[in-house]
Design a protein around this ligand. Structure first.
Ligand SMILES: Nc1ncnc2c1ncn2[C@@H]1O[C@H](COP(=O)(O)OP(=O)(O)OP(=O)(O)O)[C@@H](O)[C@H]1O
Ligand SMILES: [Mg+2]
Length: 502
């Protein structure tokens, strides 16, 4: 059988950085092919070479048996290969229909037939995604999940033979992921080839027929997840044993750092009360829309509570803006880091220093040496893969950009840290580095709130866990009292009759 995609001997250098060395990727029609590897392994780079975004330094690319010379986005699309990139977004001012039919608009003579375009867009969305979406909606009004769907629909409208998805699920909730998988299986059954990049090993196991593992810019194996198992694949990726995931610490709990009393934000959560202690990692978990994220926003001055009280070290505070929260020693690592966390046009060092400038500057001067030392220490501690602190963040891999944001907020010496899904889209190794940092902060006497939808992470890392359900705290557990499966049941409201209210 002719391979849908055959990339051999692919090498790519960016100045001194060798992103790919003699890498191979061969994808057969009618298969879902996983591409996995640690942050910075070269996944996005090999995909961007195929997409004609980067020119390869050397190597050959064949699509359906046809050898491609210089690839441009237009020539590769003409071969029926379509991409959902990790970091490229749609034009926000286009409508859904315009985005779907970009460069392929149905015409009536020389004119674009908007009526036909809107109708076809609606049909495709309904047919593949069972989705009723007004085709005249602006892209900027769509959720991340809807934008991904529009990108995939565009590929379908163009009768894609190969669909490449770079971390499509990172911003999706479970149900959206399930819907996406239904569509991918259907495309596979139609004989199309799919390349699927993800850091979620459970997804890889669920959806991929075969997986290429990249490590440090080279392929280190092509395996069938069903045969070798995920633990083995993780080992190939990182060269480390997956069982050392959760580093231990002996908690030393001090006095209350943050106290919340009867806090209410109408429509989001009500009557929430709890204390967070120095040296403590407090988990908060709940289903999507349970109010956990709104609670963090209220604590960080992004939302004004309707009633109730927030106290820092026993003193009532009213943060009207995040800046006030930061000045008072509260830091937050935001979840949507691409949109809010990182300035991609600035260097790694500048980004890490941004949040802490206040603290570093003495009488108006930034103490450059102290700053540089601090930045270098964090780069090393988090294992950020970069030639140095002067590299622009936009030149880092997606996961390494996330680590920069984590470093940025950890660099400001705060008392309370609000961590909103800090490990989303980072690889297994980087997760461990973030866990180690959390433990270090707690041992220094800082107080941490840890929000995560990965319940194993919560049960393994937190000293105590609060479960929030429909805006109310319905249960509280000490470390070791509950496992991830039961926690999920409680968070889903399944165990409400055994309520153990805080
Ligand atoms: N435009 C660029 N300029 C310089 N270096 C780059 C550029 N793009 C990527 N790199 C480097 O190439 C290497 C591979 O990056 P790539 O984005 O392919 O990783 P990845 O496997 O997609 O990682 P992630 O899981 O974090 O998205 C990294 O070391 C990265 O810093
Ligand atoms: Mg990437």
């Amino acid at each position: 059988m002719t391979a849908a995609i055959e990339m051999r001997g692919i090498t790519k250098t960016f100045g001194p950085v060798k992103a790919l060395t003699d890498a191979t990727l061969v994808v057969q029609p009618g298969t879902i092919h996983g591409l996995i590897g640690a942050n910075g392994a070269g996944k996005s780079t090999i995909i961007k070479i195929l997409a004609g975004i980067y020119a390869r330094t050397s190597g050959t690319v064949t699509v359906m048996g046809k050898e491609m010379g210089v690839i441009t986005p237009a020539t590769i699309e003409a071969e029926g290969v379509h991409f959902i990139h990790q970091d490229r977004l749609l034009v926000p001012t286009a409508t859904v229909a315009e985005a779907i039919f970009l460069r392929n608009e149905p015409r009536f003579g020389p004119f674009i037939s908007y009526r036909q375009m809107n109708r076809q867009a609606s049909e495709l969305l309904r047919q593949y995604f069972d989705m009723e979406l007004d085709p005249r909606t602006l892209i900027s009004d769509l959720s991340t999940a809807q934008q991904k769907i529009v990108q995939i629909t565009r590929a379908l409208a163009n009768k894609a033979k190969v669909l490449v998805l770079d971390e499509p699920t990172a911003a999706l909730v479970k149900k959206e992921v399930d819907n996406l998988f239904v569509v991918l299986r259907r495309l596979k059954a139609e004989g199309r080839a799919i390349v699927f990049i993800s850091h979620y090993m459970a997804e890889i196991e669920e959806i991929c027929d075969v997986v290429t593992v990249l490590r440090n810019g080279s392929d280190v194996g092509v395996v069938t997840p069903a045969d070798v198992g995920i633990a083995k694949i993780v080992e190939m990726m990182t060269n480390r044993d997956a069982s050392e995931m959760y580093p231990r610490r002996e908690p030393v709990i001090g006095k209350p750092a943050l106290s919340v009393r009867n806090l209410t934000v109408a429509g989001a959560f009500q009557d929430v009360s709890f204390d967070l202690y120095e040296g403590e990692i407090l988990g908060i978990t709940g289903l999507l829309g349970s109010g956990d994220k709104d609670l963090l926003k209220a604590l960080f001055g992004q939302v004004t509570p309707d009633s109730g009280e927030i106290m820092l070290n026993g003193k009532t505070v009213h943060f009207r803006t995040p800046v006030q929260a930061v000045r008072n020693g509260v830091a937050k690592i935001p979840e949507d880091r691409r949109a809010h966390g990182v300035a991609t046009g600035l260097s790694v060092g500048e980004n890490i220093s941004l949040a802490s400038l206040d603290q570093m500057s003495s009488r108006g001067f930034v103490q450059r040496d102290a700053e540089a030392r601090n930045v270098d220490a964090l780069i090393a501690e988090l294992g950020i893969k970069t030639p140095g602190r002067h590299t622009l963040v936009k030149n880092l891999s997606g996961g390494n950009q996330q680590k920069v944001v984590v470093a940025k907020w950890l660099s400001c010496n705060s008392q309370v840290y609000l961590l909103d899904e800090p490990t989303v889209a980072v690889d297994v190794g980087a997760k461990v580095e973030i866990y180690n940092l959390m433990n270090r902060l707690a041992l220094e006497g800082k107080a941490l709130i840890f929000l995560s939808s990965d319940l194993e992470e919560i049960t393994e890392m937190c000293d105590r866990t609060l479960v929030i359900y429909r805006g109310e705290i319905i249960a509280e557990y000490q470390r070791g009292e509950i496992d991830a499966n039961r926690l999920l049941a409680v968070a889903s409201g399944a165990a409400l009759n055994q309520k153990e209210t805080a």
